[in-house]
Design a protein around this ligand. Structure first.
Ligand SMILES: [Zn+2]
Length: 244
């Protein structure tokens, strides 16, 4: 299989989208993913247009795209908000992840042994980055890297459709975790990821898939259904470094 040219999830950028829209989608998407914009935050068109130096029409297009990915909710006459999943939606997202990621692990387990050295090297390099982020207590990097680890496995499994669905589910599980996590922990344990890599490098049938299910169960167990007090978010402060 080819490792150097990964199958990119198809949802990222329809060809017709302008580069400004792509940039804004990415900036807002990242701010949602790393929890600077928590679930329920109001995304005012006027502020975003000013922050990113674009028209309100363009902001509306961006918000529509994010709504299609279910990370933003559009409420008539009230505007756009960072999606706030219900407890039921949170459970559904994790259930969907277990189905998809079990399949991804089974595909990887079915690959000829030994696994390509380059694949293992990339997984271990990623693990080193996760360790460094954990030691530095860099929460933003930890969240980003833990999502990337799961996408890396999907990419190696070689099914771009599964990888694309998983990319959306990872964004939505990030929102579920932000909405329901018990304390300010991060999504994944680097130790779990290390054990997953070891299981893939070894060859015990079913072990890596079982570990993945246990790992996702552990992440889901961090959730608590108690609601949190609302906090006011200053959009201009969040995007202070954005070039207009
Ligand atoms: Zn993980």
């Amino acid at each position: 299989m080819t490792i150097a040219a990964p199958a990119k999830p198809a949802r990222r950028a329809p060809r017709s989208r302008s580069s400004a829209e792509t940039r804004i989608v990415r900036s807002i998407g990242e701010a949602i993913a790393d929890r600077r914009l928590p679930p329920g935050t109001k995304l005012t068109e006027e502020s975003l247009a000013e922050i990113f130096g674009v028209s309100r029409e363009r902001v509306r297009k961006v918000l529509l795209l994010l709504a299609q990915r279910r990370v933003v909710t559009l409420i008539p006459n009230r505007g756009a908000f960072v999606a706030k999943p219900t407890a039921r939606e949170a459970r559904e997202v994790f259930e969907a992840r277990r189905v998809i990621e079990r399949s991804i692990m089974e595909r990887l387990e079915g690959m000829p042994r030994p696994l390509p050295a380059e694949m293992l090297a990339r997984l271990r390099d990623h693990e080193t980055l996760e360790d460094a982020a954990e030691q530095a207590a860099d929460r933003k990097a930890m969240i980003r890297l833990s999502g990337q680890f799961h996408l890396l496995l999907a990419e190696f499994a070689g099914n771009a459709t599964l990888a694309g669905i998983l990319a959306d589910l990872i964004d939505r599980s990030g929102l579920a975790i932000a909405a329901f996590e018990r304390q300010s922990s991060h999504t994944c344990s680097a130790e779990d990821h290390r054990r997953l890599i070891a299981a893939l490098a070894g060859n015990a049938p079913g072990e890596a898939a079982a570990l993945m299910i246990a790992h996702l169960d552990a992440v889901e167990r961090q959730l608590d259904l108690d609601t949190k007090p609302e906090t006011r978010i200053d959009l201009k402060a969040i995007f202070a470094d954005e070039p207009a």
